[in-house]
Write a protein that binds this ligand. Structure first.
Ligand code: MN
Length: 492
């Protein structure tokens, strides 16, 4: 995972030379005060750096070029303290390749009744300066986030902070590497996709490594390394099996795979039960542990969901609530209270567990390998989302549904896998109809930390389609929107 704290966001204040040096000095002083205030806010997850008061086309172009080049710069925030004629911004904005937030605020909260005079008016013109700036963003069709509000208000700071997370997701996405230990599951459609398009659009490098390349890493793990990891397992989990050999083999795979992923600088990986030559078990506990460490994971060769899991883990860093691969498995029909049971063959990330997970060993039923050890637990309850990414042919579509996770209403003592139960919002029938209409996959990323808004901003910056299934959905309108969006994306 990339560390959010390593990122910087550049604050660029727009102005012009019309008002004289005194005014420009004050603009800089006020801008610095705003940046200082924002950096003190708990909701701001990375440092904001005051960069410059930009007043000429050359200066604007220079700071944008610098932002593009600087590896730590994850985005820019612009604000027009005064009027700043926006034709001056065209050249610079044309070259900008980093996420872009237009903050519409002003230094003073209220209009000072006695003090307000023409000097005050000249200095504090964001109300129309930002309109000029907004026009050029609209005219140039730039993907941008617009945040409106007084800068010291918690709500405003929260909006900026959440956008910074989406921007960090964009930067993580552009450098994301997926290792494919095995191809797409035979004949499965939804987990397929155009890897070249994904790299052009999203930046994902998705390459294959035969399982044989991984085997020496797994076999090279020493018994001492396994002993040490077993001690960690004993501390973190309840060991509910006598088959410690199976658990030890998962520890071996965890260490071996992690070495491989670290050496290659990978952020995510996939495997498939159809291609495990040389491995004794399907990685279960091993994949769960690697996900908990921040790696994205996709089963059955699903590289899109592996990459999405990694992107979302990056965006959610430091927030309460976990993020994991999940799969809609089976339903509990009960009218308005119908519930979905999410699980997978083995691989649900323990970051979403309600309590202490247990290590268990059970037969898998497919793949023809030894019984794999896995973590079994119930998912946490609370508000969450599930997100899936599909390739519509010519474009990617990100689909997000708001859910309410509940404590599983049944104990399901014979279910040998981690399970999360939820009520899709507004209800299962409407959501499943919408999800299926939109082509949503069975694999998705479950996150208790993120909301649809952060993913909408991310999709907007990545220039891919975003579809939201929320509480206020009107199913007929939803289907109409899908049809119109299809036409719009074909024209784009
Ligand atoms: Mn699956």
């Amino acid at each position: 995972m990339k560390n959010l704290k390593n990122y910087q966001f550049w604050f660029i204040t727009g102005s012009q030379h019309l008002y004289g040096e005194e005014t420009l000095k004050q603009v800089a002083v006020n801008s610095k005060a705003i940046v200082e205030g924002l950096n003190k806010a708990a909701q701001i997850p990375a440092e904001i750096v005051f960069k410059t008061v930009a007043t000429t086309p050359d200066a604007i172009e220079e700071v944008m070029a610098e932002a593009n080049f600087d590896k730590n710069c994850a985005g820019i925030i612009t604000w027009m303290h005064t009027f700043s004629p926006s034709k001056m911004w065209i050249r610079g904005l044309n070259s900008l390749q980093k996420p872009y937030l237009h903050l519409h605020t002003q230094y003073n909260k209220e209009i000072p009744n006695a003090e307000i005079d023409m000097d005050f008016m000249n200095l504090n013109q964001a109300a129309h300066g930002d309109r000029e700036h907004g026009f050029i963003g609209a005219r140039m069709r730039l993907p941008r986030k617009i945040v409106v509000g007084y800068w010291a208000d918690q709500k405003t700071q929260e909006k900026i902070g959440l956008w910074m997370r989406s921007a960090a997701g964009v930067i993580a996405s552009k450098h994301l590497k997926v290792a494919r230990f095995g191809d797409n599951m035979r004949e499965v459609a939804v987990t397929e996709g155009d890897k070249v398009e994904a790299q052009i659009k999203l930046g994902w490098s998705v390459n294959t490594y035969p399982i044989g390349d991984l085997i020496p890493y797994v076999e090279g793990v020493s018994e001492t390394e396994i002993d040490a990891l077993m001690e960690e397992y004993k501390k973190e989990y309840v060991i509910k099996t006598d088959n410690l050999e199976s658990v030890r083999y998962q520890a071996r795979m965890e260490i071996g795979m992690e070495k491989f992923l670290q050496e290659g600088g990978f952020d995510a990986f996939v495997n498939t039960f159809e291609d495990l030559h040389g491995l004794k078990q399907l990685p279960g506990l091993a994949s769960q542990r690697l996900m908990a460490k921040g790696y994205g994971f996709g089963p059955e060769g699903d590289w899109k969901i592996a990459a999405m899991t990694s992107v979302m883990k990056n965006m959610a860093e430091g927030l309460a609530g976990g993020t994991s691969l999940i799969e809609d498995y089976t339903y509990h029909f009960d009218g308005e209270n119908s519930l979905a049971l999410g699980a997978h063959m083995l691989e649900v990330c323990p970051s979403v567990a309600a309590g202490k997970p247990a290590i268990e060993v059970h037969p898998l039923g497919i793949g023809g390998k030894d019984d794999p050890a896995r973590l079994v637990f119930e998912g946490a309850s609370g508000k969450a989302i599930v997100a899936t990414l599909i390739d519509m042919g010519g474009r990617m579509r990100l689909i997000v549904n708001d859910i309410m996770a509940v404590k599983p209403i049944l104990e399901m003592p014979n279910l040998p896998v981690a399970r999360v139960m939820w009520k899709p919002m507004p209800n299962l029938e409407t959501v499943a109809e919408a999800w299926i209409s939109a082509g949503g996959a069975h694999h998705s990323v479950l996150s208790y930390a993120l909301t649809a808004n952060e993913l909408r901003d991310w999709a907007n910056m990545m220039d891919i389609e975003f579809v939201h299934i929320g509480e206020d959905i009107d199913i007929n309108r939803f289907k109409q929107d899908l049809m119109l969006a299809d036409i719009a994306w074909k024209l784009k």
